[in-house]
Ligand binder design. Sequence first.
Ligand code: HEC
Length: 184
Amino acid sequence: MTSPESEQKKSFPTTVIALAILLVVALLTCVPYLVSIALAQGPTAANALPIFGVTIPVNYKQWELIAPAEEAAPVDELRAVVGNQAASEAYQDGKLPFPDGTILVKRAWKRTQSPDFASATVPGAATTIQVMVKDSRKYAATGGWGFGRFMDGKPVDEAQHRTCFACHEARARSHDYVFTRLAP
Ligand code: HEC
């Protein structure tokens, strides 16, 4: 004879198993959805820039410094141009034109007075990320360079991308359309 008490004990694991199954089913339903969200936020076609399809390189924050720069008022920015390995090797060897696979990234921050030392200028909020990717076939019409400009991680509009090459072409043609020289 089973007492009501032991009946209760028996139903306990059954409930736990039922709940566990429910949880697994719920997780399995959610995972593909979560993965698709994660992928959508990565450098997919939707996030790529107009015209050139350039994206923000994943590890550019670890890249080598080519040179710092500063932009006067009203822009008031500190900048650092960094490059991937192909870029820094080309710079070291003084190789021109830059080889395919070269990527240059210009990082920029608001120019801010140091809170600790009045005469020191330090980077404030990050403003834009600008990218140049060398692919002499794909970007043959623009000197072999694809251009990308991002604000808050998002590409700016097409009109802005139409301005990039014109200025680089007009002023930096003799240096493969790249302004920045290796800092000594
Ligand atoms: C009116 C001129 C002008 C325009 C337009 C322009 N740039 Fe530049 N760019 C410069 C100058 C000058 C530098 C040198 C670094 C500095 O002073 O900030 C530079 C530097 C760069 C660099 C670092 C490599 C180099 O050439 O020194 C990248 C990357 C870059 N620009 C991307 C872009 C992108 C992307 C656009 C379009 C959205 C763009 N630029 C539009 C003038 C321009």
